[in-house]
Design a protein around this ligand. Structure first.
Ligand code: HEM
Length: 424
């Protein structure tokens, strides 16, 4: 059996050095075995799984590992910047067994109401409006002006939120993932917006996903509903932004795409699949805690200690991952959507949103190219995501006199959620 020496110091997975070269960090960690110690904040250590098979084993092993962080959390400073992401909340993400199944059913059933062709049309409509706001200028930042805003507008429609709260929702979600000092405030603000929304729909149901959550047979009370909706928005918005941003960057920089959005022969679909392998939007997460002292893939684990999975490292393992079922290849084997009971429940709508968002860019801003050299792009700090801070582009200005350029109009949720799904 191979024995591995731990690194002299846990490697820091936060700050500019990590953001500039995550794959270099994963290569260094692999030298120390399938799991290696890391720091995810100045005073917070974790074990990071970098091996594909170990990642799969952990994600599926609900007997050995729990998702409940409370024992670990008691050992962490209460103002730690990682707590808005890792700290316990009564949601699917932090629950096991029957509790998880109950929350997950409400989430799955609500996402199943989304009709793909209606979603595609709605994403295209919002995309054209967002592009219309900057198309006449010949330049724009595709993160701030497009990728960060588009998913939020879709969620605002799904849940029937007041469009005026949309900016607070997107700021709350992005602030949580940054693991910066104001992360706790960002989460509190998000909860505040959704709490008012849920109280309103309890009193006055409408045909939207908030009312559907409240009416679901799982019988969620107001707080449980607030927490699950907040989870869907926070688990959804930031990775959606990153998927659109990372795949668009890939198209703008990979020579097969010829340096402009419409120049190459490959499709948005292929660009998305490649970044799900190479630059997954959620890079390191799947926080798990051993229920008892144990040994896992040759490494001693203490009960309650924090173990994270590096989706990005497992995906980029070389030679390619070999699983129990033999060598896997093809897009479905990457871990960007996680695996096991907590895998992303929104893979299909998320792919559709990303694909449609990028197709609208390629058709409207077909000669768009990067406005700065790729090595001058900044990535947001933080251990959990792979997220561009900006994506500046230039293109031939469009005549937008006939196009909408003012406030983004929000569809009535009852136009987006099929009537039969909610009224029955
Ligand atoms: C419509 C957009 C999305 C929604 C509504 C959404 C929703 C969710 C929810 C509710 C969970 C928690 C599931 C549970 O604990 O049982 C989850 C988990 C997850 N989602 Fe998504 N998601 C979206 C987009 C994405 C995207 C674009 C990615 C990345 C490609 C992604 C990757 C993941 C991963 C990796 C997890 C596991 C989290 C962990 O590591 O603990 N999701 N998602």
């Amino acid at each position: 059996m191979t024995t591995y020496a731990p690194p002299p110091q846990p490697l820091a997975l936060f700050g500019p050095a990590f953001a500039a070269d995550p794959q270099g960090h994963y290569r260094a960690l692999r030298e120390h075995g399938p799991l290696a110690p890391v720091r995810i904040a100045p005073d917070v250590e974790a074990l990071l799984v970098t091996d594909y098979q170990a990642a799969i084993d952990l994600l599926r092993d609900t007997h050995t590992f729990s998702k409940d962080p409370r024992t670990w959390q008691a050992t962490i400073p209460p103002d730690s910047p990682v707590l808005p992401v890792l700290g316990h909340r009564p949601t699917a993400l932090f629950s096991d067994g029957a509790v998880h199944a109950r929350y997950r059913e409400a989430i799955n059933d609500s996402l199943a109401l989304i009709e793909p062709h209606i979603l595609r049309a709605e994403v295209a409509r919002v995309a054209r409006q967002l592009i219309g706001r900057f198309a006449a200028t010949g330049s724009g930042d595709l993160i701030a002006q497009y990728a960060r805003r588009l998913p939020m507008h879709i969620f605002v429609t799904w849940f029937g939120a007041d469009p005026k709260d949309g900016e607070r929702i997107v700021d709350g979600v992005a602030g949580m993932m940054n693991s910066a000092a104001d992360a706790a405030t960002a989460y509190a603000d998000l909860v505040d917006v959704v709490t008012r929304l849920v109280a309103d729909r309890r009193a006055r149901p409408r045909r939207d996903l908030t009312s559907y959550f409240l009416a679901h047979p799982a019988g969620l009370d107001n707080d449980e509903t607030v927490r699950q909706i907040t989870l869907v928005m926070s688990a959804g918005n930031d990775p959606m932004t990153n998927l659109i941003g990372n795949a668009t960057l890939h198209m703008l920089t990979d020579e097969r795409y010829a340096g402009s959005l419409h120049g190459g022969a490959m499709t948005a679909h292929e660009a998305i699949n490649e970044v799900l392998w190479r630059d997954p939007p959620i890079a390191n997460l799947a926080a798990h805690y051993p229920r008892h002292d144990t040994e896992f893939h040759g490494v001693r684990l203490r009960a309650g200690q924090l173990v994270l999975v590096s989706y990005a490292a497992a995906n980029s393992q070389s030679p390619p991952p070999v699983t129990d079922d033999g060598l896997r290849s093809g897009a479905s084997a990457h871990l960007a959507w996680s695996a096991g009971p907590h895998r992303c429940p929104a893979k299909q709508p998320a792919l559709l949103i990303a694909m449609t968002a990028i197709e609208q860019l390629t058709s409207l801003l077909c000669d768009a190219r990067l406005a700065v050299p790729p090595d001058e792009l900044l990535w947001r700090p933080g251990p959990f995501h792979r997220a561009l801070a900006h994506l500046p582009i230039r293109f031939t200005p469009l005549d937008t006199t006939a196009a909408p350029s003012g406030a983004i109009t929000v569809a009535d949720p009852s136009d987006v959620i099929p009537a039969a799904a909610i009224d029955s």
